[in-house]
Design a protein around this ligand. Structure first.
Ligand code: EPU
Length: 344
């Protein structure tokens, strides 16, 4: 284990925020976690778990030990006629694993192609796109439990997956994910119900084509972080009660919405932001992307303060027009390396 000091994390977070970590260590195998935590305890440092950096907001100085998850490996654990169970290291690149699964003719994850980040972060916010959430294909998540001080495996049921949510959000500093075990299908069962995906896929209803169409749709709407530093959707799509939705729909009948199981209604945050005039608009060096208003972009050398300034203005404009409070999706860290609540 090699702990480095004063490490610049600018290239390790997709918003390209300047962030200097007082201490940094790469985790290449599960046992490194134990050594790193012992070091942090000895030095009285908090621990910040960094995965792909594609969903984090980092301050300029971080007085903490950053654990950069880099555990590799794809191991088939079991197989039957219909399914294959495969354990994947937390540090594998998500999109590469999706491409690999399609090559192997393992089905289920194709709708989730091109989502940035690493496999270990995928269960945390239960990544989802085009009608699929990763939780549907997770069997269990292997973790180091900092409370019980032991490695453990949490079944999908106990992960409490919901829209952009899981047990890992409820207990932000407790678990360090070291691998994820997926149960994938051996017979294709393509999910084409989202938007115009079915039309895009057309007659060539193969997993490869579905994956390619998802990649194509994402590339046409979402900015490439290398060109436009961003963290994907900046806000969650808000879930309203039927009554709250009714009030808005009366005034704005075209509002894109999705009925939920419990009569609540999820509405498109991108549309709300678009309607307030924020699509393609900037405040200083930070703005909302011109092809998808839900994505916040760092156009120059923004700091976390600049990011906050813009997103809080967007929040307040949406609140004023629709009386809806948008909740940011990325995880915000304090200078002490702890996960913080977002303030409106
Ligand atoms: N819309 C606008 N203007 C915009 C953006 C969107 O009017 O600037 C409208 C669209 O026309 C559409 C609706 O809003 O009617 C929804 O837009 P879209 O299908 O692009 O999806 P989204 O709700 O904006 C969500 C996820 C994305 C995911 C897509 C596809 C969240 C917060 N975002 O976006 O996830 O890729 O659906 O499934 O749930 C991410 O989490 O980082 C992410 C990119």
């Amino acid at each position: 284990m090699h702990v480095q000091e004063q490490v610049q994390l600018r290239n390790l977070n997709t918003l390209n925020l300047n962030a200097i970590a007082s201490h940094y260590v790469q985790i290449n195998q599960p046992s490194d976690v134990i050594d790193a935590l012992a070091f942090a305890e000895q030095q009285h440092l908090n621990v910040l778990i960094l995965s792909g950096g594609s969903n984090v907001l980092l301050p300029q100085h971080i007085q903490a030990l950053v654990l950069h998850l880099n555990i590799q490996g794809i191991d088939v654990l079991a197989e039957d006629e219909d399914t294959i169970t495969v354990k994947v290291g937390a540090g594998q690149v998500w999109h590469d694993f999706v491409l690999y699964s399609t090559q192997q003719q393992w089905f289920g994850l194709q709708n989730l192609a091109l989502i940035p980040g690493l496999v270990g972060a995928s269960p945390v916010q239960n990544i989802g796109a085009y009608g699929v959430e990763v939780g549907e294909f997770i069997e269990s998540v292997q973790v180091y439990d900092r409370e019980l001080k032991q490695f453990d495996s949490i079944s999908a049921q106990d992960c409490h997956f919901a829209y952009r949510h899981s047990i890992f959000k409820d207990h932000p500093n407790r678990y360090i994910i070291v691998s994820v075990t997926f149960k994938l299908l051996k017979k294709a069962n393509l999910k084409l119900s989202y938007g115009d995906l079915k039309q895009a896929v057309g007659d060539d209803q193969t997993a490869e084509n579905l994956q390619n169409q998802v990649i194509h749709i994402r590339q046409s709407k979402l900015p490439d972080p290398k060109e436009y530093p961003n963290v994907g959707s900046f806000f969650k799509n808000p879930i309203l009660t039927a009554a709250e939705f009714g009030k808005i729909a009366q005034q704005f009948p075209n509002i894109p919405h999705y009925l939920q199981a419990n009569s609540n209604v999820k509405v498109a945050a991108g549309w709300l932001i678009d309607q307030t005039g924020w699509k393609g608009k900037q405040l200083g060096s930070v703005g909302m992307f011109h092809k998808q208003a839900l994505v916040l972009v760092n156009y120059a050398d923004a700091t976390l303060a600049d990011i906050k300034n813009t997103y809080q203005t967007v929040q307040s404009d949406v609140k004023q027009k629709f009386n809806v409070q948008l909740e940011p999706e990325p995880v915000l860290y304090s200078e002490q390396g702890l996960i913080q609540a977002h303030h409106a």
